[in-house]
Write a protein of this length. Sequence first.
Length: 305
Amino acid sequence: MRNLTPRQARAVATTAYLFAYPLVMNYRRLYLQAVDPLSSEFSGGFGTWRHTIVSEPRTSGPGRPREDAVYSSIWLDLRSEPWWCTMGAVSPEVSFSGRVVDLWGFLVDDCGAGHRAHDPILVASPSPVRNVPSDIAGVVRGESGFVVLLTETRWRDPYQLPGVEPERPDIVLEPVSAHLGRAASSPAPAVTWWPWRDRLEITDEFWACANFALSLTTPNHDDRSVLERIAEIGVGPGAPWDASAYPDEILEAIRDGMDDALSDLLEAASEPGGGYPDHARRVEMDRDYFGRAVGALAHSGRLGA
């Protein structure tokens, strides 16, 4: 970390916050849903489905029935080996979608869409995959060793069976060794998770959590320049971050930079029709760090938090 003026530190902190915000908020989801057994959102751990039934009013005209939608998620630890995934047949009466999303919030694959819906795929970490089975349609990977599969199931016409839960297609999802009857790979090293605390994202602890979450990802070449810049205030994969190590005027400038970023994010995310996606492919968002952060905030349910 080089010597910075307070003005420089404030500008770097704004950039760093926008860059890391989607990662930290997706880490929050991972921690609450797959790590913390005391969380109301806990699924049971990695490789365990979490299902939520939401009754939503139809938006097309008065008097329409409420529509039951099933939102499902499952977090996968891909560090030791890929997971085999196959989607079963979808009833013509049901609308179904499936998405694999990495820790950045990038859409890795539309695994429930189109002609690929029933073709087996391997969901893998960023590391190279050896001995790929010949009948696999493809290998999909994000930029982290942890990903989440999200599915949404609803009736195409709720008038048919109002109040009845739509049935999801069968999904085969298991470590590739289990599917192929091979010996399981050696387990990945245990993770000492950074504990999530409510509203952590608006405190100094955000930076320490960001550094930890960055250590769970594989750096992308497109982010090289911003990673070099944010390292100037001690933000980087696995780096320690201690507020007491900074001079008072620099720490205050970093806090001001965070406030600047949050103010801009809240304003943009609260605008109707902002059009920022929650999950998009890297090729679509890439270095639009502000857009990525706005999308993460707009879809986090924490605008009023």
